[in-house]
Design a protein around this ligand. Structure first.
Ligand code: GDP
Length: 197
């Protein structure tokens, strides 16, 4: 898929304020610092697409972008913000969980995981919650340029192995680097196939 346009639509703070749109949606989520903004910029060919989500005070919003006028890219707040107060965390989790559980045009949630690390509990818990809620998702292992390919492979295998204890089947898995653009084509192809079938 060639990216011809990427337009910021709106920032939502509740399910009610999400766009009244029927376009298929692809959401991106992960711990803060996992490389989400960099990946969204690379995917959309926009140097600063995800900048809005990083503005202080706006990190709990869900940001919607329309790509090629045919699908929506949804930037979800990261989980595991150390700085948010407990009550903030609760509220933000509630909105994200409402979105993931109830948004009818959500096609896939891409869960970003840092490929440098062995399986982390917070990522596993989040993925388990998706599985239990029957929310469609794929795993995206980021920053693959930062470690040896063998280490990336080992960490992915470790994650899938840990998952196998509570999940049947295997989700789609991607490996990406915003530096080398590894995985960009595969991710866009996956999205293209999902919206044309
Ligand atoms: P976010 O908090 O998940 O949006 O993460 P950012 O995209 O802001 O990235 C966090 C840090 O990791 C920044 O310093 C990025 O330059 C760096 N980074 C992100 N993706 C990559 C990658 O694929 N390769 C390398 N080498 N660094 C990356």
């Amino acid at each position: 898929m060639r990216i011809q346009s990427a337009n910021f639509e709106l920032s939502a703070i509740s399910l009610d304020s999400c766009p009244d749109s029927k376009l298929p949606e692809f959401a991106f989520i992960g711990r803060s610092n996992v490389g989400k903004s960099s990946l969204l910029n690379v995917l959309s060919n926009q140097a600063a697409l995800a900048r809005v989500s990083k503005t202080p005070g706006r990190t709990r919003e869900i940001n919607f972008f329309t790509i090629n006028r045919t699908w929506s890219l949804v930037d979800l707040p990261g989980y595991g913000y150390a700085k948010a107060s407990a009550s903030d965390r609760e509220r933000f989790n509630e909105f994200v969980s409402d979105y993931l559980r109830e948004r009818e045009n959500l096609c896939c949630a891409f869960v970003l995981i840092d490929s440098r690390h062995e399986p982390q509990r917070i990522d596993q818990e989040f993925v388990q919650w998706l599985v239990e809620g029957e929310i469609p998702f794929a795993l995206v292992f980021t920053k693959s340029d930062k470690v040896k390919p063998s280490a990336v492979k080992k960490n992915i295998a470790g994650f899938l192995e840990a998952m196998a204890e509570w999940s049947e089947g295997q989700p789609p898995v991607f490996t990406t680097s915003s530096k080398t653009k590894e995985g960009r084509r595969e991710l866009l192809k996956f999205i293209e196939e999902a919206i044309t079938t």
